[in-house]
Each structure stands twice: as structure tokens, then as C-alpha cells.
Design a protein around this ligand. Structure first.
Ligand SMILES: [Zn+2]
Length: 476
């Protein structure tokens, strides 16, 4: 059965054929390290981790490269705001990235290059582009000349004339054409800088990925991935840069994961509907987040809400319950990997994964199988324990392909219990505070304020009862 993957570049599903037999090279754009990771980062992390796991399961020797962008305008601005050296800032957020993503059971990529460790590779590539007439220096900056590349716009399906019409508003005097993008930026005073043939400066964002991918893979590799928001301009520009050097697209397949919406609205800092992983982990178990993220196909948008996460947590608990139930029924049984691989349930899951990594269907299979295992446990009596043991092993193995069920039922239950406990304590404090506020307001005859407090409590699902002994409350 062949693996089929949707290619953004062709706009079609294609049969996957690696460039080199049994080997896969995959480059995925990583995070810019100036803040804590949010749920959008988690989605990309989990999606490509699941693809990485599945390619290995298919028997490929996978080289997975995921970078850190550790020099960028946002990093410089943040380090100025916080009066912290940029190196300290990026170090702190790389550390936080590992802590937060680690909880999602994301496996380490083969290589995790940092942009600032590859300045020479970037300079080499920019020099080649200048030599070949694809780039030009202007006032200490170096720009890529978009007009020099006929294929521009192919990945994103954008038309170069439309782009030009849209770009005129923001004309930089140093550029020959409004669409040209920066490869090397002259540094301003007190900015991080490196020496170059064009004076001191720092690299543009797009050249980082092209140069790092080229270092690890040479001119061509199999899969380039990232979030959908990177298709234009980041990946379009990467293709332009690499083609400018080698005359061919760097990656064969371009794979992009969909957006995360929050309560049906686009996630953004300005809308305030923004969740860091740290916020989420205070309320829900990371494994529930991982399950939620792969319960949809990776290309579809997903609608994130605390309610959806709560539902995912119930499902994950049910999966562990099946492990627990069946485990206590079958006891110790020897099941070989060969037996698991020949078991029909696994073939069903592989079929879904081979169709453009359809994890949503695998999750549905797991749901069904979990129910099946539970009902078999309740009626097995002296029946075929060996078959149930095999069924359980295959269930666990398939979940493992998605990076799920890597813990134990006891541990998960305890961790979720601890989360609920903390959450409830916090709420109790808040509720008591609001009741005291309301009582004070009533004493002062500030009825508006008293009503406000009552409304807030109602929203939290709290019902108040004013008794002669004082105000009592309960949860609706
Ligand atoms: Zn990139």
C-alpha cells in the first residue's frame, strides 16, 4: 500500500516516492524564540512529529531537521523592551520550548539548527545569488530580485501582477522593485551584527531556512513543512532563493498544516483569544491537547476551545481505562511485534495514515476499538485471553503511532485529579472574594456594584442564597 501525501506545490495528492531509496529528508520551519509557545506552535509540532513517527514506522530512515529562528526583528524588539541581551532571551525561550513541547511527547528531530550558527552558510548563498544576478546590494542591504525568477508565486498560487499592485503602498527606496525581499540587513547602531562582504549586518528571515536546509540536505530533499501561514511569503521566497542557486525547487513535497481558530475566531494576540501552552496545562492534561490536535486532519482548520479540550480529556481517560480493564483481565502475555503488525486493526489504521496522514480516522478507529475492548473484557469469562491481549497490544501500538498512551492509567488519573483540585481551589478563592465584594457593596448601598458581582458569579455557574446566617453559595 503506498503512502499518499498532499503537495501544496502541485495542489494534488501524490504517491510518495523518496529521492533516495529508504531515506527521507524533511525540513520543518521551527519557532522564532522570543516568547512562550502557543497552541498554534503546538499544532505544527504535533503534526510534524506524527508525520515523523509514521515515516519511521513505514521503514524509512528519516532525517528530520527543525530549526530555531534566533535572530529576527521581534527578538531584537523584545530584548530592547525587556532590557535583556538577545542571547539570554533566545536561550530562555528555547529552554521553555523544550519544556512545553516535551509534555506533548514530541520526539527530538534529528537536527535542530539555530540560525545564528549558520551565518556563513547564509553569506555563501547570498554571494552566489549576487554572482548569478539574482540579488543586488543597495545601501548596505542585499535584496533578492523577484523579477529574476519566473516561477515566483507558484507555491501560493499568487499572480505576480496582483502582488505588484498590492505591494506599491509600501515602497522601500533601497529596493529596485516593491516585491524584492531582503536577504541581508545592514545593522542599526546597537543591533546584533555579523561581518559580510556588504558591511556589518544580519540575515533576513527567509534565507535562514534555505541555507540551513541546504547545509543538511544539499540541493534537494523530500519534504518541506510548516504552518499554512508560511506558504506566502516565507516558503515562496525560500523556493525563489534556492532556485536562484540551483535552478530547481529545494523540496519535492510542500506540506502545510491548517490554522487554529479559537472559539471560531482567528487566533490573535490583538483579539486577546490567545493561549500559551503553559495556560492550557494549568487546566488540562497535555495528552488531551495532543489528542485534540490530531483529532482533525492536519490540513483542516481546528476550532480550539476549553470545552473541546475537556472532551478530549474524557476520551483520553477512556483510552487508558481500556488499557487498565484489558490489562487486568489478560495479565502477562507474550505478544510479538510481528503478531501486532499482522493484526487487522493495525492495517486499518495504516490505511488511514497512508491517505495523507489521516489521523482523524485513526482516532475514530481508536474510539471504536476502545469500546470494543471494554465490552470484550466484561464478557470474556474463561474465553480467549490471548486474542484480547493481542487486541490490546495492537490498540496500544496504533495509539503510539500518534504519540498517545505513552503513560500509565494510574499516572494519568493522578495527574488529571491534581489539575482539577488546583482549578477548584482557585475558583473557591475567586468565588469567596466576589461574595465579600458584593456584601460590602450592599452594606454601602452600592446596588450597581452588588449586581455586577452577582452577575459575575452567575456566569461562573454559582447560585447565591442570602440566609439569616449570611450568604451561602452552591454550583448550579
Ligand atoms: Zn522557515
Amino acid at each position: 500500500m503506498s503512502l499518499i501525501i498532499f503537495n501544496t506545490l502541485s495542489g494534488k495528492k501524490e504517491v510518495f516516492e523518496p529521492l533516495r531509496e529508504h531515506m527521507v529528508g524533511m525540513y520543518v520551519c521551527g519557532v522564532t524564540v522570543y516568547d512562550y509557545c502557543h497552541v498554534g506552535h503546538a499544532r505544527s509540532g504535533v503534526v510534524f512529529d506524527t508525520i515523523f513517527r509514521y515515516l519511521k514506522h513505514c521503514g524509512y530512515d528519516v532525517t528530520y531537521v527543525r530549526n530555531f529562528t534566533d535572530i529576527d526583528d521581534k527578538i531584537i524588539n523584545r530584548s530592547n523592551e525587556q532590557n535583556t541581551p538577545w542571547q539570554d532571551l533566545t536561550k530562555k525561550f528555547i529552554q521553555a520550548f523544550y519544556e512545553d513541547m516535551g509534555k506533548l511527547h514530541i520526539q527530538s528531530p534529528t537536527e535542530e539548527p539555530k540560525a545564528t550558527d549558520h551565518i556563513q552558510e547564509m553569506l555563501d548563498m547570498i554571494s552566489l545569488l549576487v554572482e548569478r544576478g539574482k540579488a543586488y546590494e543597495s545601501g548596505g542591504d542585499v535584496f533578492y530580485s523577484v523579477n529574476s525568477f519566473d516561477g515566483y508565486g507558484q507555491l501560493s498560487g499568487k499572480n505576480i501582477e496582483d502582488l505588484q499592485a498590492g505591494a506599491r503602498v509600501d515602497v522601500n527606496e533601497k529596493k529596485r522593485d516593491a516585491l524584492d525581499f531582503v536577504l541581508w540587513k545592514k545593522s542599526k547602531p546597537n543591533e546584533p551584527k555579523w561581518g559580510s562582504p556588504w558591511g556589518e549586518g544580519r540575515p533576513g528571515w527567509h534565507i535562514e531556512c534555505s541555507a540551513m536546509a541546504r547545509k543538511y540536505f544539499g540541493d534537494n530533499f523530500d519534504i518541506h513543512g510548516g504552518g499554512k501561514d508560511l506558504v506566502f511569503p516565507h516558503h515562496e521566497n525560500e523556493i525563489a532563493q534556492s532556485c536562484g542557486v540551483t535552478d530547481c525547487s529545494p523540496a519535492r513535497l510542500w506540506v502545510h498544516n491548517g490554522f487554529v481558530n479559537i472559539d471560531k475566531e482567528k487566533m490573535s494576540k490583538s483579539l486577546g483569544n490567545f493561549f500559551t501552552l503553559r495556560d492550557i496545562y494549568k487546566k488540562f492534561h497535555p495528552e488531551a491537547l495532543r489528542l485534540f490536535l490530531i483529532s482533525s486532519h492536519y490540513r483542516s482548520p481546528i476550532d480550539f476551545s476549553m470545552r473541546n479540550l475537556g472532551d478530549a480529556e474524557k476520551v483520553i481517560l477512556r483510552f487508558y481505562e481500556s488499557l487498565d480493564n484489558a490489562g487486568s483481565v489478560v495479565g502477562e502475555q507474550n505478544i510479538s511485534l510481528e503478531e501486532i503488525k499482522n493484526y487487522a486493526f493495525l492495517a486499518k489504521c495504516e490505511k488511514a495514515m497512508n491517505d495523507d496522514f489521516n489521523t482523524a480516522v485513526v482516532v475514530a478507529h481508536l474510539n471504536e476499538e476502545s469500546r470494543g475492548i471494554n465490552s470484550e473484557c466484561s464478557r470474556i469469562g474463561n474465553g480467549d485471553k490471548k486474542n484480547l491481549a493481542l487486541r490490546l497490544a495492537a490498540f496500544k501500538f496504533a495509539a503510539g503511532l500518534l504519540g498517545l498512551l505513552t503513560s500509565s492509567p494510574e499516572k494519568i488519573r493522578q495527574e488529571i485529579f491534581n489539575l482539577r483540585k488546583t482549578e477548584l481551589e482557585l475558583d473557591v478563592k475567586k468565588i469567596e472574594c466576589l461574595i465579600n465584594d458584593r456584601n460590602r457593596a450592599r452594606k454601602n448601598k452600592d446596588w450597581g456594584r452588588a449586581d455586577q458581582c452577582r452577575d459575575k458569579l452567575t456566569q461562573m455557574g454559582v447560585v447565591l442564597e442570602d440566609t439569616p446566617k449570611g450568604t451561602e453559595w452552591k454550583i448550579k
